[in-house]
Write a new protein. Structure first.
Ligand code: CTP
Length: 403
């Protein structure tokens, strides 16, 4: 693969990204621009990649690097991508090695922009980003936060670990960009219902599966809103992350993000019940040794609400079900009934009879469709299940127009 590094202060973060790529076995050719070398020198890139570094088209001329490097790549990641590099890529300029590589590459290309907020928001940059996305490139949204100086805003390079995960997802599905132009919403994690300022009722959902689904969508080109309930994982690269605590907050965030969305995937585990009241003061132990009685009320069913009030024709709604089967029916019987009751298009069913999937890196599932579809997904990484879920969603989206 090729790691293109453009001239921004975030170039130092690309060194960590490079390390992650090489340590996971990738053969990486680093192509820094001349201004990138003002920030991080060639010896750093050479030492970390194990290869000599070229920046000009007239070096190692017998190997025709300006054509060969791009042609041979399976993936090109440009991180950081500056406003200038995005502009040159969008307009097809070929005035240094990196821009030549971008013109000759026929593999997936990921741009991770980093620049000041004003530069990112400028209509020229936004038009260049739109052009690159239309051509099937993945341009991830910059993160928000502290910029180079004392200012904060949108424009930070996402964390290297997250650019790495997204790049891996792009490689897994061969660079399909079948979600470009789509807005999707994914919920993840487990909600907490407070009894008093320090205690809550909660569940063991880690958010790993929902995060994998959100990452996979971003890697396929979607604009993704991830609604995360009490998840401790770092924000995935290029997504809008909305953090919530309770089921009521999750409901409001999902309903608002789902307005006009092409797909909503409810991977979160909302608490079905909440205490009828939250004590403002910490509940104290009674002197007589008695325990308090907690009265609960039912929470709204977000999946059913979203399914029954679609805000866009053809919006695809996906639910999850963890089932064990009981005397009233098998796992699949109960799941089929739930699919009907909730009114969603797809239900991802985990058989949890043999133990929980919570916190695990792997998952296996059956995906049931309201249209009679039935897909068995063998045990594998949660990222692999995420790809199959999007395959199933895209199949059903295909009849629908993009925005
Ligand atoms: N869900 C939801 N709102 C709730 C509870 C669940 O949107 N208040 C969603 C979950 O995100 C998941 C799906 O519904 O996608 C299945 O959740 P589950 O708890 O299994 O469904 P229940 O209706 O609570 O059924 P059960 O009686 O089996 O608990």
């Amino acid at each position: 693969m090729v790691l293109g590094v453009a001239g921004g202060i975030a170039a130092y973060k690309a060194a960590e990204l490079l390390r992650r790529f090489t340590e996971s076995g990738h053969d990486v050719t680093v192509v820094p621009t001349a201004s990138a070398l003002e920030f991080v020198g060639a010896p750093t890139w050479a030492a970390l990649s194990g290869k000599e570094i070229a920046t000009g088209v007239f070096e190692n001329i017998t190997e025709v690097p300006h054509v060969r490097i791009g042609q041979q790549a399976d993936l090109v990641v440009v991180a950081p991508a500056t406003a200038n590099t995005l502009a040159r890529a969008a307009h097809g300029l070929a005035d240094d090695l990196l821009s030549n590589v971008l013109l000759t590459a026929r593999c997936p290309v990921v741009f991770a922009p980093a620049m000041h907020t004003e530069m990112w928001e400028h209509p020229a940059t936004q038009a260049n980003v739109a052009t690159l996305r239309e051509r099937g490139n993945i341009v991830i949204e910059p993160a928000e936060g502290r910029l180079t100086g004392k200012d904060t805003g949108k424009g930070r390079l996402p964390e290297p670990a997250e650019i790495f995960e997204l790049s891996r997802a792009v490689l897994v599905h061969g660079g399909r960009t079948d979600l470009v132009g789509r807005h999707v919403v994914v919920s993840a994690g487990g909600t907490r219902e407070y009894l008093d300022p320090v205690r809550y009722l909660g569940n063991r959902s880690s958010g790993l599966q929902g995060y994998a689904i959100a990452r996979a969508a971003a890697a396929r080109g979607a604009e993704v809103t991830l609604v995360a309930a009490n998840v401790t994982l770092p924000d995935p690269a290029g997504l809008k992350v909305v953090r919530v605590g309770t089921t009521a907050e999750l409901r409001d965030a999902v309903v608002s993000a789902a307005a006009g969305a092409d797909a909503v995937v409810m991977a979160a585990a909302p608490a079905d019940f909440r205490p009828t009241g939250v004590s403002e003061a910490k509940i104290k132990k009674a002197a007589d040794g008695s325990a308090p009685t907690i009265e609960l009320m039912q929470n709204p069913d977000i999946l059913a609400e979203i399914s029954h009030h679609r805000t866009k024709p053809g919006q695809i709604v996906v639910g999850f079900a963890a089932e064990t089967g009981d005397e009233t029916g098998s796992v699949l019987d109960l799941a089929a009934a739930k699919l009907k009751r909730k009114g969603c298009d797809l239900l991802v069913v985990n058989d949890v009879s043999g133990g929980a999937v919570f916190g695990s890196e792997v998952n296996k599932a059956v995906i049931l469709g309201a249209d009679g579809g039935h897909v068995d997904v063998q045990e594998g990484a949660k990222s692999a299940l995420a790809e199959v879920i999007w395959d199933q969603i895209v199949l059903r989206m295909d009849e629908q127009p993009t925005n």
